[in-house]
Ligand binder design. Structure first.
Ligand code: F6R
Length: 615
């Protein structure tokens, strides 16, 4: 969704804020804006439609002096993306400027009341309603900004992370959070940084406070951080050390973060397994499983809730857990689950999967599960995010910050964690023979090296990509463990190249989609050697018989499929259940190279945001 940055201190705020916005652009980027209290004491707001680069150009001839400021990159929810609706928004008198991430659900009611009191609005946003409300309360009751924020937030229904500058108090930022992340960085000189996540802060300080829901923080230069709630009760901030390095956030010589992140996967999976699989590679230890063993192994049922790519990882998790642990698993779109009045038992285990840990629908699904008394387990990447804090326990995937909007390394990290979880639980439940367990653990440790081999297909895929740029539709087919890989391959292509693509279980094709097949329709088939191999060959022949152009992802040494396929991409062999970890690599690369050939901005696909913190 949107991104928030703030700074108050002795340094020039403008460069810090612009750099911070660039770091957060992955969250949303249809417009951006900045508010600075200048050296002369004026509160200047500059906004531009488009990317942060457009804002920089707009600011070139403006007064960007000052050591206090807030800035925002927007992904529109209320009102079209233009410079009027962009944040920050001024209050009626121009004394306050406010930025906001989230949605104020009752903004229309509040707006009508304010209009009735003679206040007029420039934008159509819910955010402007908030700043007008706060100023109206502050002036009419002659109270401080903090007090006015507390009164205003009592009236607000919705999700928000907000930051406010007051021209009369140039040494202070007031900020608040409810269901939308906000991190305060504690500078060495009594200065403060503020952001939606730690990435823009990491360059300046490693001491941060993740605000909790209901927290209102006052960042005053040279004074200790003050955190209260809307009832003015003091909260005790928990200072954490972060270890996000700058190198992790830069492109490291790759043209796009997505390509860097695709190539990082072997190293990421090693990090994900480090300390969890012992040196002899015959045992997995997950502290969450040790601590909550009884709960997990005696689960009557497991319900996985997630969205998008994380949901695809969940489909693989279902097959792993059902076949290894013999526990029934349901996989639900969090957005559907939360509104479906689902049956949840107190002895259910609900696994919430999320890269960002901030997806609003997944958070709501967790809340529902908790209310029903289920045990909730998180599989997340972003350390300290809301989901890990709202689940009883869980496992981090530890793949480092994912900046490319299209998820790649988080997907394979999630599948790796789910594989380790399924193996651990199966071992505890004695549902697989010990020898098989050990063989599978050993094979899992070989996956990073096999991924490195799979990445060697990059050049071949780069050469193939131009052939597919003409396509208007593509079909991805797979069976068993490779069916979610087909879904994920199709999602990647849609997201970054804007070519329509569908993932399908290969055998289902003849129940409908086969009607679409002609020589214009590229069909990507994941046909690695497994139990369903022969059946997938038949499916390929069905496509060929209708003139379809087949690109097959096969296991090295395969000599059969090349007779039927137009193109073959060869991958190292592994156990069937780990095949998604290898087979997703060529599909990520394919989507990437097709999008690059089409001249698309791979890291910033249109209409998409990295973290969907509104429903
Ligand atoms: C696809 C993608 C999205 C996310 C989805 C869930 O490439 O990135 O589909 O997977 O928005 O996000 P998280 O995992 O952060 O909950």
């Amino acid at each position: 969704m949107c991104g928030i940055v703030g700074y108050i201190g002795e340094k020039k705020a403008y460069p810090i804020l612009i750099k911070g916005l660039q770091c957060l652009e992955y969250r949303g980027y249809d417009s951006a804006g900045i508010a600075l209290i200048s050296e002369s004491g004026s509160l200047n707001v500059y906004k531009a439609k488009g990317k942060v680069a457009d804002l920089k150009v707009f600011c070139e001839d403006k007064d960007v002096t000052g050591t206090a400021g807030i800035a925002h990159t927007r992904w529109a929810t209320h009102g079209e993306p233009n410079s009027t609706n962009a944040h920050p928004h001024y209050s009626a008198s121009g004394r306050l400027a406010l930025i906001h991430n989230g949605i104020i659900e009752n903004y229309l009611t509040l707006k009508e009341k304010l209009i009735a009191r003679g206040i007029s609005f420039k934008s159509v946003t819910d955010t402007e309603v908030l700043v007008q409300l706060i100023e109206h309360i502050m002036i009419s009751n002659d109270i401080t900004l903090l007090e006015a924020v507390q009164v205003a937030l009592h009236q607000v229904i919705g999700a928000y992370a907000i930051a406010i500058l007051d021209r009369r108090h140039p040494d202070t930022i007031v900020c608040a959070r409810q269901s939308s992340p906000l991190v305060v960085g504690l500078g060495a000189e009594g200065d403060y940084y503020l952001a939606s996540d730690a990435s823009p802060i990491a360059e300046y300080t490693d001491r941060v406070v993740y605000l909790n829901d209901g927290d209102i923080a006052v960042l005053q230069l040279g004074k200790a951080l003050k955190v209260v709630n809307i009832d003015n009760e003091t909260q005790h901030p928990n200072v954490k050390q972060i270890d996000v390095t700058l190198g992790q956030l830069e492109k490291g010589g790759y043209p796009f973060f997505m390509l860097k992140e695709i190539f990082e996967q072997p190293a990421c999976l090693r990090d994900c397994m480090r300390g969890r699989i012992n040196v002899d590679a015959d045992r997995i230890t997950l502290s969450a499983v040790i601590d909550y063993c009884e709960k997990l192994v005696s689960a009557r049922r497991i319900v996985i809730v997630a969205c998008g790519t994380s949901w695809h990882a969940g489909l693989i998790g279902k097959q792993l857990i059902e076949s290894l642990c013999r526990i029934p698993v349901e996989v639900e779109y969090a957005s559907e689950f939360r509104y479906r009045d689902p049956v949840i038992y107190p002895d259910d285990v609900v696994i919430a999967i999320s890269q960002s840990g901030e997806t609003a629908d997944t958070l709501a699904a967790i809340e529902l599960a908790r209310q029903a008394g289920a045990f909730v387990f998180g599989v997340c990447n972003a350390i300290g995010a809301s989901i890990p804090r709202q689940t009883q326990t869980g496992v981090y995937i530890h793949v480092g910050p994912e900046i490319g909007v299209a998820s790649t390394k988080a997907f394979t990290g999630q599948v790796t964690v789910l594989s380790m979880l399924a193996l651990c639980m199966a071992n505890e439940r004695h549902t697989i023979p010990v020898e098989l367990y050990k063989e599978m653990v050993r094979e899992l440790t070989l996956i990073p090296a096999k991924m490195e081999k799979a990445l060697k297909t990059n050049e071949q895929i780069e050469r193939l990509a131009p052939i597919f740029t003409y396509a208007r539709n593509c079909l991805y087919l797979g069976r068993g463990y490779n069916y979610p890989v087909a879904l994920e391959g199709a999602l990647k292509l849609k997201e970054i190249s804007y070519i329509h693509a569908e993932g399908y279980p290969a055998a289902e094709m003849k129940h409908g989609p086969i009607a679409l097949i002609d020589s214009e329709m590229p069909v990507f088939v994941i046909a690695t050697r497994d139990r369903l191999y022969e059946k997938v060959i038949s499916n390929i022949q069905e496509v060929r018989a209708r003139g379809g152009r087949v690109t097959a992802i096969v296991t090295e040494g395969d000599t059969q499929i090349q007779k039927f396929a137009d193109h073959i991409i060869t991958l190292p062999d592994t156990l069937e259940c780990f095949q998604p970890l290898i087979a997703s690599i060529p599909l990520q690369l394919l989507a990437y190279h097709i999008a690059v050939c089409k001249g698309k901005d791979v890291d910033r696909p249109r209409n998409l945001a990295k973290s969907v913190t509104v429903e």
